[in-house]
Design a protein around this ligand. Structure first.
Ligand SMILES: Nc1ncnc2c1ncn2[C@@H]1O[C@H](COP(=O)(O)OP(=O)(O)OP(=O)(O)O)[C@@H](O)[C@H]1O
Length: 229
């Protein structure tokens, strides 16, 4: 579903990605770990078409990034989800769904928000009163409403309290169970093992390690991580 084949990228001669290859299937959650500057965001930005790769191939399903239209297939949840503070959760979802070409009834919008765990009494409150976790839920609801097949997330658990992190983990697993592909860039080793189906470690633009989370626990992963960076 999501495939990188020998993707390379340099910024002004400085190598950011070196022959990066991986594959993430439907229903899988790929957690990419790496130090600051390792190349995680660059990888995501290439798939989203925000920046151009220098070489290699990147596919979303049978569509090739840079050649085919992939916007409809993907959604992006940044670390801080950018929404309109003066709109409610429902109004934001309505606005961004329409922007993506989808029109829903009020009931359908509320159903999306309920599905991702935003409580009913919060759905019509202004975003300015929302916590980071609540904003993130609206972002995920937008991804669901636009029927994205692949959801990219950058540092999704950064700044979330343990309850919000647990809720986020549950939501991601539900999305994966629906057949979505989830790609997460994170520094959170323990959440990655809990949440991911596959872990990747990126060091200086190279994907130096991948493992199925069934075969590794958090302590082992931490040891490997510290040895690879
Ligand atoms: N727009 C840019 N112009 C020049 N260099 C860049 C640009 N974006 C990223 N880089 C460089 O590319 C390398 C990879 O950066 P990237 O942001 O992908 O890392 P990251 O793993 O996402 O880091 P972080 O965890 O801090 O977000 C770094 O050396 C960074 O300085």
């Amino acid at each position: 579903m999501l495939k990188a084949i020998n993707v390379t990228k340099s910024y002004s001669g400085e190598v950011a990605l070196k022959d990066v290859s991986f594959e993430v299937g439907k229903g899988e959650i790929f957690c990419l770990l790496g130090q600051n500057g390792a190349g995680k965001t660059t990888t995501i930005n290439i798939f989203l078409g925000f920046i151009k790769k220098d070489g290699g191939h990147a596919f979303v399903g049978d569509k090739e990034v840079g050649k085919d239209e992939i916007n409809q297939l993907t959604a992006y949840i940044p670390e801080t989800v950018q929404l309109y503070d003066n709109f409610s959760g429902v109004e934001n979802l309505n606005f961004f769904s329409r922007l993506a070409g989808f029109t829903y009834t009020n009931q359908e919008l509320e159903d999306f928000l309920t599905k991702i765990g935003l409580e009913k009494d919060a759905q019509h409150k202004r975003l300015s009163s929302y916590s980071k976790g609540m904003r993130q839920k609206v972002g995920i609801a937008v991804a669901l409403a636009k029927n994205a097949e692949v959801i990219f997330m950058d540092e999704p658990t950064s700044g979330l309290d343990p309850k919000a992190t647990a809720e986020f983990t549950k939501i991601c697993k539900e999305l994966a169970a629906m057949g979505k592909v989830i790609f997460i860039a994170t520094h959170d080793i323990f959440n990655a093992v809990e949440l991911g189906t596959t872990i990747g470690i990126m060091t200086e633009g190279e994907l130096v390690y991948t493992a199925n989370t069934k075969t590794i626990n958090a302590n082992e992963l931490q040891d490997i991580y510290l040895k690879t960076i």
